[in-house]
Ligand binder design. Structure first.
Ligand code: RB5
Length: 149
């Protein structure tokens, strides 16, 4: 699996704390920044990750900002991106089982590194259930197609 990770200044610390978990899971990632705590604009980094997921250049993405809200707003504007903001493992698991989420959004200023690590582990080891949920994703795709016209 190929993944891409991006964050703003409020997400750098948590990003550095979750990359060992990716290593442990044998997941190769590309980091598109930012890499320092100097203030940047989250849409710039949200766009980099979401574009790569939307165009199928990578399988999944992780985005981190302070609350996770800004990154979620950006990511869910991209066709085919299903971004899930998760602060606990139940949402992380359900976002894979029911929503086939392909971007995990984490709130860097809200959760600690242990919770983030648990979320990342669950999110990458849970498969989409399909079935009735696939029909619902098809409806989302139809909405996207209609709105993009
Ligand atoms: C940056 O201060 C903060 O606004 C950003 O990280 C994020 O929380 C936006 O939604």
């Amino acid at each position: 699996m190929k993944i891409v990770v991006g964050c703003d200044h409020a997400g750098v610390a948590l990003k550095n704390e979750i990359t060992p978990v990716l290593k442990e899971l044998n997941i190769a990632w590309e980091d598109v920044g930012t890499t320092t705590e100097e203030s940047v604009d989250y849409p710039d980094f949200g766009e980099r990750v979401s574009e790569l997921v939307s165009t199928g250049k990578v399988d999944r993405g992780i985005l981190i900002c302070g609350t996770g809200i800004g990154m979620s707003i950006v990511a869910n504007k991209f066709a085919g991106v299903r971004a899930a903001l998760c602060s606990e493992t139940y949402s992380a698991k359900m976002s894979r089982l029911h929503n086939d989420a392909n971007v995990l959004v984490l709130p860097g200023r809200i959760i600690n590194s242990q919770t983030a690590a648990e979320i990342v582990r669950v999110w990458f080891t849970t498969s989409f259930e399909g079935g009735r949920h696939q029909g619902r994703l098809n409806k989302i795709q139809a909405i996207e197609a209609r709105l993009c016209k």
